[in-house]
Design a protein around this ligand. Structure first.
Ligand code: BDP
Length: 709
């Protein structure tokens, strides 16, 4: 949208919102703790009448712990939705008018964890081959009812497309969270194992309600502590809570633990003593946690130890751990987030160069976990070229829910479009339609072990995620890990209805805001394929940052601004990273004239005066994005205000205040980039845009405040 159009649009919205201004707000003390499991009373009379036909009893065919929790959830949910206490009955023969949870090895579902819900003999029957499936089916039924949908022709069948659907917590033993913006860690290691915080159960419920079935409790930059008996029993106490909701517990491991904790001379993966140490360790863990999920490993990355310290490969390291897991169900998840300190290298290419030669060399128990993009969770990245290029190694995808590069907990960025953009990207490895989703769900290359991981955005903030709207990213991740074919819009609608309001008009405003939020963020933060993965706290704009202990820990390494232009040439005339993709993909991004604008500077160094497909020069186009992005935050504020009468006042105010911060910081980012790039482009701010009120030196000063010790 041009600036003029935007302004017109804003004034229209302001006028149309005036009628709401006098409305008063109500608050029932909604603090966000209940997430999307609020179970507000059903208000549609005809729907309520339908539901009341099925509240005579709940029957369960078995009585495992998970089943028990499914029953409890139904009781809690229905009590709140319909105001009825429903009793549990065992025998169901000849009875009708109830809800039947039926564990049935022959249930007609695609997967063990899948469920089927339908009307049979006057009952709502939820059936599955597993207790987990019953729990997921129960949550699906409750979701349906929370959305006040008819049960007249109820028939749902759903199975997960991914086997390991897990959160990765980057939580440290001292309670801090690496890149966490929602308070401290949920896990209270100093209280465990005796005191088990009740919040662990609510965490497990929330995860199960969206299909998440695994959690890694500690940071990938791992402490060896977690391998000690003292900590294993603490972890076991948490695992006990998780188990009741079908969630397996995993740990990140410190590769050098045999040395630092075990007192061995070495942690060389080929050393028999080291191998024996890990076998013993894994056995010790299984004694306490019989359903332990496995290990997550960051090795030889950003200073973490690993097999290369001993001249061994990632496969040697992973396979040693896999050997220790042979007697058990558990798996080894080995991260591909690696990049060496090589001044001449392109960090973009590093993971591919290290891992592709190892394809076929990993034990079948190993899954390699790949970040969605080749670099590091940028607001927009092309898909990692590893996807599709390791046909013999199951590759899982890692997304980041915590908003490390997305404005922490103050900027509203709905991330489902980021996940979907990645999953829907075509790798072309087996011809057209070879999407990343098909690689990850195993359908393209036949992986048995499929994985989707999300770096958690959860802390001990009362509302779990700090920013109320960031709950949607947790929700969306779970829903997509179950079914990646759901659309961003569908998920946003569901979440908004379950969490914020049943008012349709308000839902439209909020969903609209959510769906545009990522693009707006990209516009004022890193438009046209810019990126900003330099070292530091990742809060403030610092495009000028040119000092670091290695070149790829500076900002200038990534944007390559100079008097000629801007962007990283990754074609054959540059780093040739494009060669890591199939020709069809290369073709999309190889020619600067044809590269879609959102990816332009990822692959090309473009002249300031170059005319782009938009008809504007690069400089004009950049300014248009920076300015439109920052101005669009005002539009977001207006959308939020339009929804105000339909929102709880506490949530309304919380988000409204965060949007104010976002607006201020969006202008900050815009000004920092524009003023800095102007020193190279040597061009005035294009007509129609108001030049920044501050000088570059002033912006730098304000940024420096945030960098001070
Ligand atoms: C980067 C983070 C760093 C993490 C690292 C990782 O800045 O804190 O440890 O990724 O994923 O995004 O290992």
């Amino acid at each position: 949208m041009t600036r003029k159009l935007l302004l017109l649009y804003f004034s229209f919205i302001l006028i149309s919102s005036a009628s709401f201004a006098a409305d008063t707000l109500s608050s029932d003390g909604e603090d966000g703790y209940k997430l999307w499991l609020k179970y507000e009373p059903v208000t549609e009379p005809s729907i309520k009448a339908e539901y009341l036909k099925y509240v005579a009893f709940i029957s369960e065919s078995d009585h495992g712990e998970i089943m028990h929790n499914a029953v409890q959830e139904l009781q809690t949910g229905l009590k709140s939705l319909l105001g009825k206490n429903i009793s549990v009955s065992k025998a169901v023969e000849n009875k009708s008018g109830g809800i039947v949870l039926r564990l049935d090895p022959k249930a007609d579902t695609k997967q063990q964890e899948g469920y089927r819900i339908q009307l049979t003999a006057g009952n709502i029957v939820v059936s599955s081959k597993s207790e987990n499936g019953i729990l997921y089916g129960t949550f699906a039924l409750l979701r349906h009812m929370q959305m006040q949908l008819s049960v007249k022709n109820l028939k749902m069948e759903s199975s997960p497309k991914i086997r390991y659907r897990m959160l990765n917590h980057w939580d440290n033993p001292d309670g801090t969270i690496e890149r966490g913006y929602a308070g401290s860690s949920l896990w209270k290691w100093y209280e465990l194992p005796e005191r088990v915080d009740p919040r662990y159960q609510d965490y497990a419920r929330a995860n199960a309600s969206v299909g998440i079935n695994g959690t890694v409790l500690n940071n990938v930059n791992a402490s060896a502590r977690f391998m000690s008996q003292e900590y294993i029993v603490k972890v076991a106490a948490v695992a006990k809570v998780m188990r009741r909701y079908g969630i397996k517990t995993y740990l990140s491991v410190y590769f050098a633990a045999p040395k630092t904790l075990g007192g061995l001379q070495t942690s060389d993966p080929l050393d028999p003593k080291v191998r024996a140490w890990w076998k013993e360790k894994v056995a010790q863990i299984y004694k306490e946690i019989p359903d332990f999920g496995g290990f997550l490993v960051k090795a030889n990355s950003e200073g973490e130890p690993g097999p290369q310290d001993y001249g061994r490969t990632h496969a040697d390291g992973a396979n040693m751990l896999a050997e220790a897991f042979q007697p058990y169900e558990g798996v080894v998840i080995w991260r591909a987030f690696v990049y060496k300190a090589d001044p001449n290298a392109d960090r973009f290419k590093a993971a591919y160069e290290e891992f592709v030669p190892l394809d076929g060399k990993f034990d079948p128990k190993v899954i390699v976990q790949v970040k969605n993009g080749p670099i590091d969770f940028q607001p927009r990245e092309p898909f990692s070229p590893l996807f599709g290029n390791m046909p013999k190694t199951p590759l899982g995808v890692e997304f980041q829910l915590t908003q490390e590069y997305l404005g922490f907990a103050t900027h509203a960025v709905y991330e489902a479009p980021i996940f979907k953009e990645n999953l829907d990207s075509d790798t072309y490895v087996n011809g057209k339609g070879s999407t990343v989703a098909k690689v990850v769900d195993g359908s393209l290359q036949g992986y048995m072990r499929t994985l989707m991981a999300g770096v958690a955005n959860i802390g001990n903030a009362r509302n779990w995620t700090g920013h109320p709207l960031a709950q949607a990213n947790w929700y969306a991740f779970g829903r997509l890990s179950w079914d990646h074919t759901l659309s961003s819009e569908q998920i946003a609608k569901e979440w908004t209805e379950l969490t914020l309001t049943r008012n349709k008009k308000a839902q439209e405003n909020i969903v609209g805001l959510m769906l545009r939020s990522r693009e707006i963020y990209v516009d004022y933060n890193t438009p046209l394929g810019l990126s900003r993965p330099w070292m530091g706290v990742h809060f403030a704009p610092e495009p000028w940052q040119n000092k670091g202990s290695r070149p790829d820990w500076t900002a200038v390494y990534y944007h390559r601004a100079d008097s000629a232009g801007l962007g990283f040439d990754r074609t054959a005339s540059g780093s040739n990273a494009l060669a890591q993709y199939r020709p069809e993909v290369r073709q999309q991004w190889n020619d600067p004239d044809k590269t879609p604008l959102p990816y332009l500077l990822w692959f090309h160094h473009v002249g300031w005066n170059k005319k782009l497909s938009s008809g504007r020069t690069l400089w004009e186009e950049l300014c248009t994005h920076f300015y439109t992005g920052a101005d669009s935050v005002v539009w977001m504020q207006q959308q939020w205000d339009l929804a105000k009468p339909a929102l709880d006042s506490q949530v309304y105010t919380d988000v409204a205040e965060r949007l104010k911060i976002q607006r201020r910081e969006a202008v900050w980012w815009r000004d920092a980039w524009v003023l800095y790039l102007q020193t190279f482009a040597k061009k005035p701010i294009p007509k129609g845009f108001e030049p920044p009120k501050q000088t570059l030196e002033e912006v730098k000063k304000s940024v420096n405040i945030y960098l001070m010790k």
